[in-house]
Write a new protein. Structure first.
Ligand SMILES: [Fe+2]
Length: 438
């Protein structure tokens, strides 16, 4: 909800300043200012003050990313930067005079700062280090909740799809729409409860891709549910075969190949709504688009959501440690996926996935030109933001320092054990950094 209010305020502000800039009619400017006062009123009606910040190329309301705002208000982003404004604090009942000054400042038609104190500039902007805290904190909570949901099923509890829907809703509300946070969390969570962690990771990655592809909330929820349950057949059957460090026996392998059907029937037998698509996804997630894989779909193409899960499934499997093989870097995982473009994986979805993750997906550990090691936390359009986890002289930092990565040269990539860091605890210390009150 607050997203909508933030967006409508930005829209009204942009409209008013554009009209001033091109010296529109008095009535036109007047109408735009009236709309701006209205939008500010609604935005600041809640408890506390509303703080809009610009960090990098993104708008935040409080600490919440306003997704798409930077695309829609690209012009205003430049105006704000030109005026060196990185935050706007709106009090309840912001005055017309203050809002007019703000719009004129952005239009470049006046230097007058808002004087009545109801609109204040550069008062409490966010620092890059603040941004990772809240989304990840909430996502982590939802992560545990999802794990519990799966553990319940494996303990012989029956599968309740309403509980799964609730877990997925928590993800959506907790910031799973933001691809960087989802990817980061999914890439660094690795555990010996392989199937559970893998399932939650696949859910996060699938929803990030779904959101990136433009799915709405309802679709996203269905995608998330199916993704979380895609390996439920494995949870129900047997985790032991997976843990087996040696090669699978024929018998184990036959068992493993049955998990899609097993999963689909578990889901169809569950109570609650949303069975069909989730069952289809469980059944089809190992089917390739060239007709290979298992089970045989008789020439039918896998459902779009199954194709999303197939990509997320492979990405997470490759980047995670397994008893029978080491983990590989996120960048290597992308290369492996590309080898399967058009045969194992839907090439259009894969292109979107790579566009979303960038060349060095969140969670990547990179040695940069000055010898420091950074973990990427945001990678859309190339590595953009990260935290320094190891100094140039090899010291692992207790409190990771935020760093801008745009334009930085990458010398090499490391696996977590080569870097001597545990990405999970890096995330934790990021969350325990200082926070900004709204
Ligand atoms: Fe599977």
């Amino acid at each position: 909800m607050s997203d909508l209010l933030g967006m409508s305020f930005l829209r009204a502000l942009s409209n008013a300043s554009r009209r001033m800039e091109r010296d529109d009619s008095e009535a036109g400017i007047d109408d735009a200012l009236t709309a701006l006062v209205g939008a500010a009123d609604v935005l600041a009606a809640g408890p506390g003050e509303a703080i809009l910040s610009v960090v990098g190329d993104a708008f935040y309301l409080g600490r919440k990313l306003l997704a798409n705002a930077s695309t829609e208000f690209d012009g205003m982003l430049s105006d704000l930067k030109a005026q060196k404004i990185d935050s706007i604090t709106l009090s309840r009942g912001a005055t017309r005079s203050d809002l007019t000054d703000l719009a004129a400042l952005l239009a470049g038609t006046s230097d007058q700062l808002p004087a009545e104190g109801t609109v204040r500039l550069n008062e409490r902007g966010l620092r890059p280090s603040d941004l990772e805290i809240r989304p990840l904190h909430e996502l982590r909570r939802s992560y545990s909740f999802s794990l519990d949901t799966l553990r319940d099923v494996s303990r012989g509890g029956s599968l309740h799809l309403d509980g799964v829907a609730e877990a997925v809703d928590e993800f959506i509300d907790g910031g799973a729409a933001d691809p960087s946070s989802s990817m980061l969390l999914a890439t660094v969570q690795n555990h010996d409860e392989i199937t559970y962690y893998h399932s939650v990771n696949v859910c996060l990655l699938s929803m990030a891709l779904g959101r990136f592809a433009g799915l709405g909330r309802e679709q996203l929820r269905m995608l998330g549910m199916g993704a979380l349950l895609h390996d439920v057949g494995r949870v129900v059957v047997d985790e032991a075969a997976l843990r087996n460090p040696g090669r699978l026996s024929n018998e184990d392998w036959a068992q493993v190949r049955l998990h899609p059907q097993e999963g689909a029937s578990t889901i169809l037998a569950a109570s609650g709504t949303g069975q069909e698509i989730a069952a289809i996804m469980a059944l089809e997630h190992h089917a390739r688009i060239d007709g290979g894989g298992y089970p045989d779909l008789g020439g039918r193409a896998p459902h779009l959501f199954s194709r999303v899960v197939a990509i997320a499934d492979a990405y997470d499997a490759i980047t995670s440690f397994r008893p029978y093989r080491p983990a590989r870097t996120p960048n290597e995982a992308l290369r492996v996926l590309l080898e399967g473009a058009g045969t194992a994986f839907d090439p259009d979805l894969l292109r979107l996935f790579i566009q979303m993750t960038g060349e060095y997906p969140p969670g990547s550990l990179l040695v940069i030109s000055d010898g420091r090691v950074v973990m990427v936390t945001d990678s859309s359009d190339g590595p953009r933001r990260g935290v320094v986890v190891r100094s140039a002289d090899g010291e692992v930092l207790g409190r990771p320092e935020p760093v801008e990565l745009t334009g930085i040269e990458v010398l090499s990539q490391l696996m977590a054990d080569e870097a001597g860091v545990d990405p999970g605890s890096v995330l934790e210390s990021m969350e325990h950094g200082e926070s900004v009150e709204r």
